[in-house]
Design a protein around this ligand. Structure first.
Ligand code: GLN
Ligand code: ZN
Length: 749
């Protein structure tokens, strides 16, 4: 529906009507599941942080030409970029929401920023639910986390200094909610799950004291999630609020001190049902936590909840007939989790059926623990035999690079893409028809081969230097591999939102992982057979396969990472054998998977880097290993990126205006770099001049002989009609700038 609206095929009214229907169904589902406090304002047409920016009137100046437009169109323009009178208006930057694959739109705030309550979405949705007879608890991102997640438009000022100006707008919003009849409001402050400097804790304290004074009658619940509160726990407990939500799945250690220190009158919301993973609840530890809390605080002061928003898990298990029944029994998606919450809280109103559910959960937890599906001794032996020598690639980085450029005859500023080309509806339909048995494997293959041929022909004709096969055979960069790896299951409808209208279907890693047979070699070598130009083999890296799947919980993630890396290592070796000279191992999730707490980060980076290196070292000296990353803040993992020792890195940089490259220069990054020259999330076709400017900017920071020209990310979400002109412009931009450089070389680094 969203996409039909963008395409001009559905009206704003139709879109809003559908959205209201969906909200009604969601509220109803929660009521039917006996949830007492049902959230509202947790529904968004694009992103809840963007909604909040609009509510607070935080609209960057460049969107001024749209202020006359409808709020809906202003919102979509901020999300996706637009063109007004032939002039491009860039979208807000998009980045990952903590350690999830959900992307939010980054608020842009200037030192002169003013805030003013501008949209009443939270109030309207509260009223909408009330009209259906449901008293909801509106959820709003809290003021301190909002500032924390924003980006300063100018250097040298602290975003937290805007708090005084921000709080009155929040108070107005909460006043509006109270006037509409809200009794509770949930303010999310996930910044409390990160290491917090004193100023931050002071800001939180100041913010809630202010809000408490301005809306004394409204009950405030502050929620934090994705990690324990740890050192911030005490400050959080002392806030002048009515309830505090704790993520007890990731921060189980918070419970006892919280019960010790909770002041009188503060209720605790126990986040016991995992909102980040899909394993059904093992009820024993959760019931113990509830008993303990009730014995200390009394019933009225204990709430039971999912650990975080359920936006990070799929909706419902009903209809999941593709999963092996034994594995399906182990799972709980959002709907099933609602039942778990209600059963734990004893709020189902039917003790007999609640008892049965608890018994079933206990049994499943036991069966899962003992299942023979999980362990594969051959995989475990291979993992145990991995040593440091397996992580080293032959040859030296600089030498490998120079030789490759020469051997492949690459020009200055070689052009390439990140891998995927548009997934035309015909390709998706063919996949669906194959699944339904309407066409056979041969017919499907034929269609995919035709598409690869088309992609290769186009790239040759457009003048790209390093080609790709276009990934038409991949439904998704993780799911494709998951379907071919042992130990991983895929679901039929387990969709989770990634950004805007885009969702992914994270696979379920249930056991030891290994490769049954080559997964990509056929396609890469077929593409290479069509052209004398180098074709890159494209693999999804071990950390990304792990992070974009639901991991098993019985072994550490580091262990699963090694298993996936070994499977990919074999694939790398097979690609080399098949004559592929560049293998790109994508790791867009490397930054995202990093734990929120600093103390845990070095340990994570160690195994993540090792996983990549273990896979990459399947290649001999004659192969270039490239990598790609996108849509995250890379500033704090620069050194780790260096340790991957990839020969080249393609990195998203267009939305952030090449800023990132300075960090590479600063840490002395030695590999080649392909900064993204255009934002592939925007339907706007970038011009040659724009991309040439970006490339010139890049060449001032990175030595031109180490630079590549490429888009920000894969092109699969775009249309051919956008991609063709965009890539022709990209090639022209690269030639323009390399011509200038050849005529007047800038002092190279
Ligand atoms: N090779 C993948 C593609 O082009 C990379 C996508 C990604 O980084 N998310 O689609
Ligand atoms: Zn990408």
């Amino acid at each position: 529906m969203l996409e039909s609206y963008w395409a001009g095929q559905a009206s704003a009214e139709e879109l809003q009507t559908r959205a209201a229907e969906l909200r009604a169904v969601r509220w109803q589902t929660q009521r039917d599941a006996s949830i007492d406090q049902i959230p509202s304002n947790d529904f968004s047409l694009y992103d809840h942080v963007l909604d909040l920016s609009l509510s607070l009137g935080a609209v960057p100046d460049r969107f001024e030409p749209l202020l006359g437009a409808s709020e809906l169109d202003l919102m979509f323009a901020m999300a996706r970029g637009t063109k007004v009178g032939g002039k491009e208006i860039a979208a807000l930057e998009m980045t990952k929401w903590f350690d999830t694959n959900y992307h939010y739109l980054v608020p842009e705030l200037s030192p002169r920023q003013q805030f003013q309550l501008s949209s009443l979405k939270p109030v309207e949705e509260f009223r909408e639910a009330l009209a259906l007879g449901i008293q909801t608890r509106p959820v709003v991102l809290g003021p301190v986390s909002y500032l924390r997640l924003a980006k300063a438009t100018e250097p040298g000022f602290s975003l937290l200094s805007l708090l005084d100006r921000l709080l009155p707008a929040y108070a107005d919003l909460l006043t509006g909610l109270a006037a509409a009849g809200a009794k509770w409001v949930q303010l999310d402050e996930p910044c409390l799950a990160q290491d917090a400097p004193v100023e931050l804790l002071e800001a939180v304290e100041a913010a809630y004291s202010f809000l408490r004074r301005r809306v004394p009658a409204l009950k405030l619940l502050v929620a934090s999630y994705f990690a324990g509160l740890g050192a911030n726990l005490e400050a959080a407990l002392m806030l002048p609020i009515d309830a505090l939500h704790l993520d007890l799945v990731r921060g189980a250690a918070d419970l006892e001190p919280a019960l010790e220190l909770a002041p009188d009158g503060l209720a605790l919301s126990l986040g016991l049902v995992d909102g980040r993973n899909i394993w059904s609840l093992d009820p024993e530890p959760a019931l113990r936590a509830i008993d303990l809390a009730v014995s200390k605080l009394g019933h009225e002061r204990v709430l039971v909840a999912p650990s975080c928003s359920l936006i990070h898990v799929p909706v419902s298990l009903s209809g999941e007939d593709r999963l092996q029944p034994e594995i399906r029994d182990w799972l709980a998606f959002a709907h099933e989790k609602l039942t778990e919450v209600a059963v734990l809280a004893g709020s189902t109103g039917d003790p007999a059926s609640a008892g049965l559910t608890l018994d079933r959960l206990r049994k499943v937890a036991e069966l899962r623990r003992r299942s023979a599906l999980r362990a594969d001794p051959a995989v475990q032996q291979r993992v145990a035999a991995v040593g440091p020598a397996d992580l080293r690639r032959p040859g030296d980085l600089g030498e490998r690079r120079r030789r490759a450029r020469l051997d492949m005859g690459l020009p200055l500023l070689p052009t390439t893409t990140i891998g995927s080309f548009p997934q035309r509806p015909e390709l998706r339909q063919a996949r669906a028809r194959l699944r339904r048995g309407e066409i056979d494997q041969d017919a499907y293959h034929q269609l995919m081969r035709d598409e690869v041929r088309r992609v290769i022909t186009f790239q040759e004709e457009a003048g790209l230097d390093v080609l790709v096969h276009g990934e038409p055979e991949r439904n998704d960069m993780v799911e494709y591999f998951a379907e071919r790896l042992r130990g991983i299951a895929t679901s039929k409808g387990g969709w989770v939102q990634s950004y805007g209208s885009r969702c992914t279907k994270p696979p379920v890693i249930f056991g030891d992982v290994s490769r049954a047979e080559p997964m990509t070699v056929f396609w890469s070598s077929f593409a290479q057979s069509l052209t004398p130009k180098p074709v890159k083999g494209i693999l999804t890296g071990p950390v990304t396969i792990l992070q974009w799947s639901f991991p098993r919980e019985d072994v550490p993630r580091s262990q699963t990472c090694v298993q996936i890396a070994l499977a990919l290592r074999d694939e790398v070796a097979d690609l080399e054998q098949a004559g592929i000279r560049i293998i790109q191992i994508d790791e867009p999730a490397l930054r995202e998977a990093m734990p929120l707490r600093r103390a845990e980060q070095p340990g994570y980076l160690r195994w993540a880097i090792d996983g990549f290196r273990l896979a990459a070292a399947g290649a001999g000296e004659g192969v270039q290993i490239h990598t790609h990353m996108c849509y995250a803040e890379f500033g704090d993992i620069m050194e780790a990126i260096g340790e991957l020792e990839a020969d080249a890195l393609y990195i998203e940089a267009a939305r952030s205006g090449m800023e990132l490259l300075r960090s590479f220069a600063a840490v002395g990054y030695a590999s080649e770099v392909g900064p993204g020259l255009y934002d592939i999330h925007s339907p706007v076709v970038p011009t040659q001049a724009e991309m040439a400017d970006r490339l010139r900017a890049a060449a001032r920071v990175i030595a031109p002989e180490r630079l590549w020209a490429n888009p920000d990310c894969g092109l699969k979400t775009r249309r051919w009609s956008e991609v063709e002109p965009a890539l022709r412009n990209l090639v022209a931009a690269a030639r323009e700038v390399s011509g200038e450089l050849a005529a007047a070389p800038i002092g190279s680094l």
